[in-house]
Structures are given as structure tokens and as C-alpha cells.
Design a protein around this ligand. Structure first.
Ligand SMILES: [Zn+2]
Ligand SMILES: [Zn+2]
Length: 227
């Protein structure tokens, strides 16, 4: 692998796990003026859920939140004309390296060659995320989720907090998200961690077992209804 540097920024928790975004080295200074968070967007037309990185100006608060990939595009490449959108070529929606972003018309789909480079790019994301230590907070608290529902025009139809949510596979580098509620298998012991399949569950077990606690009836009450 060639010598390059990446920024890995913690986005916080969504979809049952701690999420991170990858950014280029040149964008790392953004963390001084922006806060980052992960938000899940659910396509109200049934095309599944996606997790995006949002950036908001520390001086202006959360209302100023913007999609990080759009912010980065404008910063380095210019504006986004109506009818166009910025997409993630490898389909990892938190991989915000400029090489992974492209401006395309609405409805654009990646070509076969771009999908094949997906594996390489995904493994870069995979490698980066795998190196991170497990976040201890990850396992101890129930999730506070904001789920946004979108229509085909990209307008927010509905926003819900702490609702039932689509989960992303709990194995940190895996970005598979449930297409239907409660699709993934749940860890039989803690009944918190969810996995897209037994492979991810097995790979995650050495890290997860340190936090996996058998579910007790008092679990929710001890923590209180809200955090
Ligand atoms: Zn998985
Ligand atoms: Zn467990």
C-alpha cells in the first residue's frame, strides 16, 4: 500500500453502534471548527436505510448540520447544482475521502467497474475501522437514535427520536444495514448486539465478549428511561 494518511473521526452512536467517518488528511483540521455526528436516513419508499456523517459548525449549533460529503465537495470541488448529488463510489456512506466522492445526476447508478473497485475501497475502510479499539461506551448504554424518513425528492417526511430503528451489523467494519426491522440476528446472551450473519458475529466475539452481559430484567430500569 502506498503511503497515505487518513483521518478517522468518531461520529457517535447510531443504528446500535459507534460510527466513524474516513476523511482525507487535508480535511482533518475541520474537526476544530465542526462537530460531527452520524445520522440514519431511511428511504420512505422502501429502499433501505443509510448512515451519513453530518458536520455542524460549533459556533452555530446542531441546526447548522450538513451532510459531510456535500460540505467536502463544496470545499474542494465547487457547488452542487440542482438535480445533482454527491455519491459514495464504494457505497460506504461514511467513507468521505475525496477519491470516493463523485457528483452525479439524481438516479445515477455506479458502473460495473466501479462496483469492482468497491471491494478494494471497502477493504481500506475495513482495515481502518478494524484497527480501532472497541469503544467501551458502545456496549453499555441503549441507543439514542434519530431516524429521518425521506421521500424520492430528498425531502424529510418525518423525523423520529428513539423510535424503533434499523440496525447496522455490530461488527465495527461491516456496514450492512437491516432492510427490514428486526432482520438481523441478535446476540442471544445480551440481546443488544445484532449481526448480519454468523461470520461477523464470530469475528466480533473476541471484542464483544468483554462487554456482553446476560440480559437482566432490571437492565433498563437501572439506566433510567433516558440518557
Ligand atoms: Zn456484518
Ligand atoms: Zn452479546
Amino acid at each position: 500500500m502506498t503511503d497515505f494518511k487518513l483521518g478517522i473521526v468518531r461520529l457517535g452512536r447510531v443504528a446500535g453502534k459507534t460510527k466513524y467517518t474516513l476523511i482525507d488528511e487535508q480535511d482533518i483540521p475541520l474537526v476544530e471548527s465542526y462537530s460531527f455526528e452520524a445520522r440514519m436516513e431511511v428511504d420512505a419508499d422502501g429502499n433501505g436505510a443509510k448512515i451519513f456523517a453530518y458536520a455542524f459548525d460549533k459556533n452555530r449549533g446542531r441546526g447548522s448540520g450538513r451532510l459531510l460529503h456535500e460540505l467536502l465537495w463544496e470545499r474542494h470541488r465547487g457547488g452542487i447544482a440542482p438535480g445533482f448529488q454527491v455519491v459514495h463510489l464504494n457505497s460506504v456512506t461514511v467513507d468521505n475521502r475525496l477519491d470516493n466522492l463523485r457528483l452525479v445526476p439524481w438516479g445515477w447508478k455506479p458502473k460495473a467497474e466501479e462496483v469492482s473497485s468497491k471491494q478494494r475501497e471497502q477493504s481500506l475502510y475495513w482495515l481502518a475501522i478494524q484497527q480501532l479499539p472497541t469503544d467501551p461506551i458502545e456496549e453499555q448504554f441503549p441507543v439514542l437514535n434519530v431516524t429521518r424518513y425521506y421521500n424520492a425528492n430528498g425531502d424529510v417526511v418525518e423525523e423520529e427520536e428513539n423510535s424503533c430503528t434499523y440496525y447496522e451489523c455490530h461488527y465495527p467494519p461491516c456496514t450492512m444495514i437491516e432492510k427490514q426491522l428486526r432482520e438481523f440476528n441478535i446476540c442471544g446472551r445480551c440481546q443488544v448486539a445484532r449481526y448480519c450473519g454468523s461470520q461477523c458475529q464470530q469475528k466480533d466475539w473476541p471484542a464483544h465478549k468483554k462487554h456482553c452481559r446476560e440480559k437482566k430484567r432490571t437492565f433498563q430500569q437501572e439506566l433510567g428511561p433516558e440518557r
